[in-house]
Design a protein around this ligand. Structure first.
Ligand code: NDP
Ligand code: GDR
Length: 327
């Protein structure tokens, strides 16, 4: 029988890769999409005709119940969130409502309408924040450093709580940073690759950055959505760290991206206090031994390879845009 999946956050980076993966596996895919004045379809343009969209919002309980009722999903992937850490200081209450309480809204929609559906919650390495041990694993205590991180800790524990209270098949994937050409342009990897492409093509002269010393464990989004799916194929629900086990500074990222197009980053990068955060997460490094052992998951794409892929994509996109403007 055809399996049915409901994805919240389908228009985002992860939602688009996950939808592709599930469609390739023969799933019927339903996507919860919020109303926007202009539809945001860039990431899913190529598969939009294969997805059944349901309008709803993570902060509107009725619409979530409706979405679960209509889709009758075997699997629910809760990826929707206010996902940008920087914005979480500007909009802390909204981030708490959406990224935190929104998880309860979705869990309730599942509990009341399709309690046997398997549930995936998009938890985050930002929960480790000011890390108390390195590398970080499933048992590492949380110490979030932003309103976003705090909201994700709530989302994580409410997922565990629904598993323990109602015996629901609810999993929390503690994913470290993962990137791709579909990454939003305000996140640091894409901000850098977009700027490098623009500078190379003469469309931009400098790149304004925040803290170059922060270290992150960066993987490729296409690899990470496979882990989400694998978690829901197990006999028992559980929580897993997904990471590469490598950490790099933001400066290394910048160096790799500029040198790939033959430029020296020091000629273009300017430090701007505007991009320095009120509280920083200095170092993230994940230990995903449990996922390797129990899920048989491993990443395929390396850090440099991914940065080069993103620079290539941004160069190609901008060149196509320029050609289209000439016509
Ligand atoms: P994106 O920011 O790319 O996507 C977020 C999605 O949430 C978009 O589809 C957005 O829709 C949707 N959304 C926002 N607000 C609402 C709302 N009120 N109701 C319904 N949908 C809404 O995030 P990613 O794909 O990168 O991440 C997916 C999830 O994984 C997020 O929860 C994120 O916090 C978490 N995460 C991400 C990591 C990463 O490195 N990428 C690492 C760990 C966790 P719209 O297009 O309309 O804005
Ligand atoms: P992060 O990702 O906060 O780790 O959250 P982001 O790419 O925004 O920042 C990574 C690090 O880079 C430093 N940095 C800058 N960041 C941005 N955005 N812009 C800059 O100019 C800049 N200069 C330096 C930041 O200070 C930070 O240390 C991402 C999101 O996808 C979350 O949703 C997810 O949960 C976590 O990854 C895991």
């Amino acid at each position: 029988m055809t399996k049915r999946a409901l994805i919240t956050g389908i228009t985002g980076q992860d939602g688009s890769y996950l939808a592709e993966l599930l469609l390739n596996k023969g799933y019927k895919v339903y996507g919860l999409r919020r109303r926007t004045s202009t539809p945001i379809m860039e990431n899913i343009e190529h598969i939009k005709n294969e997805i059944e969209f349901i309008e709803g919002d993570l902060m509107d309980q009725g619409s979530l119940s409706h979405a679960v009722n209509v889709s009758q999903p075997d699997e629910v992937y809760n990826l929707a969130a206010q996902s940008f850490v920087g914005t979480s200081w500007d909009q802390p209450s909204l981030t708490g409502q959406l990224t935190g309480i929104g998880v309860t809204n979705m869990l309730e929609a599942v509990r009341l309408n399709k309690p046997d559906a398997k549930f995936y919650q998009a938890s985050s390495s930002e929960m480790f924040g000011k890390v108390v041990e390195t590398p970080q694993k499933e048992t590492t205590p949380f110490y979030p450093r932003s309103p976003y991180g705090v909201a994700k800790v709530y989302g994580h524990w409410i997922t565990v709580n629904y598993r323990e209270s109602y015996n629901m098949f609810a999993c929390s994937g503690i994913l470290f940073n993962h990137e791709s050409p579909r990454r939003g342009v305000e996140f640091v990897t894409r901000k850098v690759t977009d700027a490098v492409a623009k500078i190379k093509l003469g469309l931009q002269t400098e790149l304004r950055m925040g803290n170059l010393d922060a270290k992150r464990d960066w993987g490729f989004a296409g690899d990470y959505v496979k882990a989400m799916w694998l978690m829901l194929q197990q006999d028992k629900p559980d929580d897993f760290v997904i990471s590469t086990g490598e950490t790099h500074t933001v400066q290394e990222l910048v160096e790799i991206a500029f040198s790939y197009v033959g430029l020296n980053w020091q000629d273009y990068v300017v430090i701007d206090p505007k991009f320095v955060r009120p509280a920083e997460v200095d170092l993230l490094l994940g230990d995903c031994s449990k996922a390797k052992e129990k899920l048989g998951w491993k990443r395929e794409v390396g850090f440099e390879q991914m940065i080069r892929m993103m620079v290539d994509h941004d160069l190609e996109r901008l060149q196509k845009q320029a050609q289209a403007e000439l016509v």
